[in-house]
Design a protein around this ligand. Sequence first.
Ligand code: FAD
Ligand code: NAD
Length: 460
Amino acid sequence: MTAHYDLAIIGTGSGNSLVTPDFDDKLVAVIESGRFGGTCLNVGCIPTKMFVYAADTADHVTGAARYGVDATLDGVRWTDVRDRIFGRIDPIAEGGKQWRIDGPNTTAYLGRARFTGERELTVSLDDGGEAVLTADQVVIATGGHPVVPPVVEQSGVPFHTSDTIMRVDALPKHMVVVGGGYIACEMAHVFSSFGTEVTILARGDRLLRHLDDDLSERFTEIARGHWDVRTGTEVTALETVGDGIRATLGDGSTVEADLLLVATGRAPSTPDLHTDKAGVELHDDGRVRVDDYGRTTASGVWALGDVSSPYQLKHVANAEARAVAHNLVHPDDLRAMPHDHVPAAVFTNPQIASVGLTESECREQGLRYTTKVQAFGDVAYGWAMEDTTGICKVIADPATGRLLGAHLLGPFSSSLVQPLVQAMAFGTTAHELARGQYWIHPALAEVVENALLGLELDAD
Ligand SMILES: Cc1cc2nc3c(=O)[nH]c(=O)nc-3n(C[C@H](O)[C@H](O)[C@H](O)COP(=O)(O)OP(=O)(O)OC[C@H]3O[C@@H](n4cnc5c(N)ncnc54)[C@H](O)[C@@H]3O)c2cc1C
Ligand SMILES: NC(=O)c1ccc[n+]([C@@H]2O[C@H](COP(=O)([O-])OP(=O)(O)OC[C@H]3O[C@@H](n4cnc5c(N)ncnc54)[C@H](O)[C@@H]3O)[C@@H](O)[C@H]2O)c1
């Protein structure tokens, strides 16, 4: 029997929020092959930031002496940290699943979906069975999954990805991280602050290479003070040694550890979706091809979030879901996916946040621009914190005074960046933002105010 629905949603991350009151009198199929709530809730943003907060707390203790406050870190109860986090998260995922199972107009399919025709899905159910369903509209919200390089996969050594690392039973003594991006830098911070010795193996010459050069260079230098950072290196072989692993690097050197974390990017979850059966085209990198409104190349099939987006960020997936939720029921009044001025933060040590263009992007685009770099240590709250490395770099168009980009490295950067995001979103000029409002003295936000005031604009 083929069941028919008004709407079928594949994936309960951001896809779960599509079941709006507009569908109260309609039939909705919700299909999920993993934990309800998707990456962010179960293995992404939320647990990582809960671990990061605990790691920051440990760092406050170990760093207290510089303020004349002597304190020692007596220990980190890893399983207590872990269980507090997942004790809070797991019931939410379970509750979300029950809500969809019991929902008056939703049918939950627990299993893996694939297209078997136009707007027709076959679900390999977790209980071993199979179900076929069709729908007037289908939304692909299957997110992404960790990429594991062949050298790791083919070696047969045990390894972790972000999907598993947060649930390990004990803190490793020594951990090797392959990759130098978001997950590598956030996890290195967590584990090293809890007492694990961390070695990072990065292919490039710097960590977090997507950042403005001033930040990635500075961050890599700081990271070398916390962790054993090996840049410009590749893993050529891996083997199991006792309970741990040994990695051989391009220069023939080796590094041994009791745990291997692979953090080499995430790929859109399309390989087993059989999108070709539904007329849904993919980009070369596997992302579903969508137009500005989230429409795929197949009529009535939509996509959103990591599976199709140019960004792999939850606030973007949420914004795209809001647009698609509207578009599903307003075909004559479509809303575009909001992709302007997308900010991002890396919750490592120190925190990093950015929005807009980097200086090299401004150069490459031939833009006329001016920059100002303000040190956290030059404002009163920065003195209080004894900060010696933080910077706020702002980039503006000198003719219009509009911000082109903003890049922060230092405590609370993920929050400090927000007025800069707001200025870019609403077209406020740098000096309007700085002079048109009060900035509380002596709050850390004065670093942003001073950076803005320091920009040399044509109008001044
Ligand atoms: C460790 C980590 C930390 C992160 N931290 C941040 C952060 O701090 N801030 C931020 O903005 N972003 C962060 N991200 C990125 C963020 O988690 C993702 O951008 C976001 O969750 C993507 O949401 P989504 O709805 O597109 O996909 P997902 O949340 O991944 O949802 C997809 C769902 O589809 C299901 N699924 C897949 N294929 C099928 C199928 N064939 N059939 C049925 N179900 C299927 C999956 O099981 C999953 O539940 C982080 C990611 C990771 C991995
Ligand atoms: N705070 C946040 O917003 C946050 C946190 C975690 C993850 N995320 C999202 O999840 C995505 C995935 O995170 P990630 O850290 O896995 O990816 P990433 O793209 O940030 O970093 C991947 C790293 O792996 C390296 N790499 C790629 N292939 C490799 C290979 N074969 N061998 C060795 N190194 C290789 C890259 O050079 C890069 O340093 C991020 O791009 C981000 O969008 C966001």
